[in-house]
Design a protein around this ligand. Sequence first.
Ligand code: ZN
Length: 213
Amino acid sequence: MHSCDSAIIPQKRVEYHRKYYREHRQERLESSRKYSREHPKETAERGRKYRREHPKEITERSLKYYREHRPERLEYSQKYSREHPKERAEYSRKYVPEHRKEITERCRKYRREHLKEITERRQKYRRKVLEKLGGKCARCGFSDVRTLQIDHVHGGGGKERKELGHGSTQFHKKVLADTEGKYQLLCANCNWIKRVENNEENAQKMLGVKNWI
Ligand SMILES: [Zn+2]
């Protein structure tokens, strides 16, 4: 710590001090570390005082740091999550209900700002899914990708769609990971016909039709 008040000494002197500090960075760091080690009580008190008096600067500096070190931080936290799945799940269970509003807001902001990437990612997964499932309707063979929908061969799709979100990457990943043949492609026509036949998701009620002929 320097005892001079830089506000009242002439500019030249300020510059001289700055230059000195810049050029002797390593020694200064070492000597201040030595001081901290030898005077832990005073150092802690000084830290508390600084934090009390400069909350704004501290927030700004840490935000700046977070912004500038985003990739490393992401990598670190992903690694931690992988290695501590239990602790991570416990943390989410506690954090999510308490911060639901912020999370929703943050997600909306992210979606607004990354619309293009999100669409591209979704399309990439959809393309992979279409390829895996044969690229055409399992019933009639119609292959216009604009009409093709992912169908659950044995039903139960409504529940899963509700859980994972229709057309979501998570759902697509699940389809890609499936090895039991749980999914197939149906064109929109065949999908509706199947729903009516099985009365899936109250298809008749949704279409407002009671008797088909
Ligand atoms: Zn079809």
